[in-house]
Design a protein around this ligand. Sequence first.
Ligand SMILES: Cc1cc2nc3c(=O)[nH]c(=O)nc-3n(C[C@H](O)[C@H](O)[C@H](O)COP(=O)(O)OP(=O)(O)OC[C@H]3O[C@@H](n4cnc5c(N)ncnc54)[C@H](O)[C@@H]3O)c2cc1C
Length: 414
Amino acid sequence: MKKVIIIGGGVIGLCSAYYLIKEGHQVTVIDQSSMDHGASYVNAGYLTPSHFIPLAAPGVMKQGLRSMFDPTSPLVIKPRFNRHFLQWAWAFSRSCSASNVTQSIKIIKDINLWSADLFSEIRSSEGFTFQLENKGLLILCLTEKMLEEELRLYHIASEEGLDVKQLSTSEINTMEPNVTLNAIGAVHYQCDWHTTPHEFMKEMYDWLKTKGVIFYKNEQVVDILATDGVIKKIITSNDSFAGDEFVLAAGSWSDLLSRKLGIRILLEAGKGYRINVDKHTGITIPTVLAEAKVAVTPMNGFTRFAGTMEIAGVNHKINKVRVDAIAEAAHRYYPDISISNDEKEQAACGLRAISPDGKPYIGKSSKCNNLTIATGHAMMGWSMAPATGKLVAEIISEEKPSFDIDPFSPDRLF
Ligand SMILES: Cc1cc2nc3c(=O)[nH]c(=O)nc-3n(C[C@H](O)[C@H](O)[C@H](O)COP(=O)(O)OP(=O)(O)OC[C@H]3O[C@@H](n4cnc5c(N)ncnc54)[C@H](O)[C@@H]3O)c2cc1C
């Protein structure tokens, strides 16, 4: 049994704690927040084998920079003239290539498929009741150009063995009979699942507490003290903690902490927003509004509209223009749905930790023997969380990982 300290109580931290407890370790989780907001709470709740194309794909860097001054664009990269951003931007730009996409597809697809199975396994073995449904994911297109692009991806997905279908307008209407839709066609990824994030977070937190996991909330890790590549203790705002092993699952803040050890993991924060709509919408199937890049999820008791990837540093400022753009997109695809000012005012945001090549960092850096890094999952951190947690526990227990972790090495070069 090892004494393990996890920095970060988002979904990656909690899933790591889950599998570490299962392996018989003693676990403490430290989080600087009240653990009820941020990326792990505002996300669209998708489990997404369908998202097999990494963010770093040809043209994305250019598109992000071009949209710098467009407040309504779903993807924005705002350049900042500091060394950390410039290193990330250089690596991201190099990764926006066809070869990165080709190398990543199978890896991303397989870890997502495995992780979806683990969500089901956790739910049934612990008797959890969080929403977990397999209605698939509709990718709804308004224009021929977008439909053509989505059909190209549909062919790749079919070749990769994913359960996916092309749908005509009448087939879409048959699937969603209770809402008026504006679309010329769609692709349906039957392989995808969806959840209501806060339900999973609460059930997992409560379960971990009953199993003896100690949580420190509103406690910020401010320093990490190591000698000869071994962490001796971490210093927090109020205390200090010693342990045998440490897990860095601090999302978009992870590189601020790894730098204390001289470990440079390239990360940028990608802000996204969500609007919850409590009134009945008639939407029953999770749907991506393809041109607008808005995710729509029929969650337990409400519908969530989520979107925007704003790479502009670590901040939680709500940009009302971007929130309006999500609401307008919803109305464009669902003409009978209008998101009210009240609903927009309740919008919240979260930060996705973006690695340069679209793959997460899972593993140990060669610079530190007792630190396992688990971050950088970008748009798929929710989906990949159980798989990541299981890999973290296997690494710390010195077992052979169930999945090849070489592509996720924190030491990889871009
Ligand atoms: C709008 C939106 C929609 C999304 N939709 C999906 C989706 O449908 N499917 C999907 O798979 N993914 C989705 N994602 C991405 C997903 O939410 C994230 O990848 C995932 O939540 C990341 O989890 P995490 O635990 O790594 O990070 P976080 O949830 O950010 O948790 C990190 C934690 O570390 C804590 N922390 C940071 N620094 C310190 C410190 N110094 N000391 C102590 N604690 C610290 C923070 O307080 C935080 O609680 C979405 C994200 C957004 C924003």
